[in-house]
Design a protein around this ligand. Structure first.
Ligand code: FMN
Length: 342
C-alpha cells in the first residue's frame, strides 16, 4: 500500500469513514467506556458489541444499553446477530433510528449457544440465507449494510469467496473476513489467503481484512499481502486503544509515538474513570479487573498491583493501589501473547 493512502477516507455507500483502520465489535468488551477510550485515537469507526435481533425487537433494556453512545463517538457501527428473517427488518430499522452510521451483520460468532439456531458463524452453512438477510436489511434502511464472516465453517467448507459474491449481489457495501474457520475458534494463526481470495472476487463490495493484527507492522503486512480495502482490529485494540494511530503513522512513514510505562498507567486510570462513570460500583469493580488485565499484560513487574486490583472491595481501593504502586520499577514487555476470549 502506498504511503498516505491510510489518510484516505473509506466510502461505505453514503457514509465516509475518516480512515481505513476500524475497531471491531467485541461482545462483553466494546462497551461505552471502551468505545470512548478507543475513539480518542480516531479509528475509522468503532463498533458496539453484537446484539441479538430478537432481543432488540422485544425491547430488552439490557440489549439497548449495549448500544449506548454519545454524539462524539460518530462514526459508530452496530452489529446484529440472528438467523430469523422475521426479525431482520424491524431490528435493522431500530438500529437506523438509534442513529448508527453503519449496520453490520454478524456471521462469524463461533459460540455454540449462538450457532445452535443457525446464527453467527452458523450462517456460513446457509449462504443463500445470508443473501436474503442482507437484502432484507438493505431494503429497509438507508445506512450502509455490511457483513462480517469467517473463512468458512471448517477447513472442508471454506466459502468466504462465495459469500462475498452473495453479499455483493444482496447490496452489502463491505464484507469483513476473519481468516479463521468456525472450527478453529481462535486456535492457530488467521489465514490471510482467504481474505485475498475475497479481494479477488469482489467487484463493488469492499473487503475488510481481520485476524491477528496486533501491531502497526502486521496491519501493513495485511494490506500488502491481501490487497484489502481496510483492516479491522479486535484483540489488538484491547489495552492498546492507540493502535489505530500507530498503524496510520507507520503507514505514512512517521516515527512511532513513544509510549512508556507511565503512559500505559495513565491510560489505565483514564479507562477506569470512564468505567466508574458508566457502571454501578459493583459492575465497575468487575470491569476494572477485566480491563486492567489488558493493560497490565503489556508490563513486567506488575503482579502486585494486578493482585490488588483483583482483591479490592471498592473502586476507590483499586485507584489507591494504582496511585501508590512504584511504577518506576516496571518494564515494558517485549512480546505480548494474545489469546481468544470469545
Ligand atoms: C472477547 C471477544 C468478543 C468478540 N465479540 C465479537 C462480536 O460481538 N461480534 C463479532 O463480529 N466478532 C466478535 N469477536 C471477534 C473479533 O471481532 C475478531 O473477528 C477476532 O477477534 C479476530 O480478530 P483479532 O485477531 O484482531 O482479534 C470477538 C472477539 C473477542 C476476542
Amino acid at each position: 500500500m502506498k504511503k498516505g493512502l491510510l489518510q484516505k477516507t473509506l466510502q461505505l455507500g453514503s457514509v465516509t469513514l475518516p480512515n481505513r483502520v476500524l475497531y471491531a465489535p467485541l461482545a462483553g468488551c466494546s462497551d461505552l467506556p471502551y468505545r470512548k477510550m478507543a475513539s480518542r485515537w480516531r479509528p475509522g469507526i468503532v463498533y458496539c458489541e453484537m446484539v441479538k435481533m430478537d432481543a432488540l425487537v422485544r425491547h430488552d433494556p439490557h440489549t439497548y444499553r449495549l448500544l449506548d453512545y454519545t454524539p462524539g463517538l460518530h462514526p459508530i457501527g452496530a452489529q446484529l446477530c440472528g438467523s430469523k428473517l422475521q426479525f431482520v427488518q424491524q431490528s435493522a430499522k431500530i438500529i437506523e433510528d438509534l442513529g448508527f452510521d453503519v449496520l453490520d451483520f454478524n456471521c462469524g460468532c463461533p459460540v455454540d449457544k449462538v450457532t445452535k439456531d443457525g446464527s453467527g458463524s452458523g450462517m456460513l452453512r446457509t449462504p443463500d440465507l445470508i443473501g436474503d438477510m442482507i437484502s432484507a436489511m438493505v431494503s429497509t434502511v438507508k445506512i450502509p449494510v455490511t457483513v462480517k464472516i469467517r473463512a468458512g465453517w471448517d477447513e472442508a467448507h471454506i466459502n468466504a469467496a462465495e459469500i462475498t459474491r452473495i453479499a455483493e449481489q444482496a447490496g452489502a457495501k463491505a464484507i469483513t473476513i476473519h481468516g479463521r474457520t468456525r472450527a478453529q475458534a481462535y486456535k492457530g494463526p488467521a489465514n490471510w489467503d482467504y481474505i485475498r481470495e475475497c479481494v479477488d472476487v469482489a467487484k463493488d463490495i469492499l473487503v475488510i481484512g481481520n485476524g491477528d493484527v496486533f501491531t502497526a507492522e502486521s496491519a501493513a503486512k495485511m494490506f500488502e499481502d491481501t490487497g484489502c480495502d481496510a483492516v479491522l482490529v479486535a484483540r489488538g485494540a484491547m489495552g492498546q486503544p492507540w493502535i489505530a494511530e500507530d498503524i496510520l503513522r507507520y503507514m505514512d512513514g512517521l516515527p512511532p509515538v513513544d509510549r512508556g510505562v507511565m503512559d500505559i498507567r495513565d491510560a489505565l486510570l483514564y479507562h477506569f474513570d470512564l468505567i466508574i462513570r458508566y457502571q454501578t460500583e459493583r459492575q465497575a469493580l468487575l470491569d476494572m479487573r477485566r480491563v486492567g488485565c489488558w493493560y497490565l499484560k503489556r508490563l513486567e513487574g506488575v503482579k502486585a498491583v494486578r493482585v490488588q486490583i483483583n482483591r479490592s472491595s471498592s473502586t476507590k481501593e483499586s485507584f489507591q493501589a494504582i496511585e501508590a504502586f512504584p511504577w518506576q520499577e516496571v518494564q515494558l514487555m517485549k512480546e505480548v501473547s494474545v489469546v481468544g476470549e470469545e
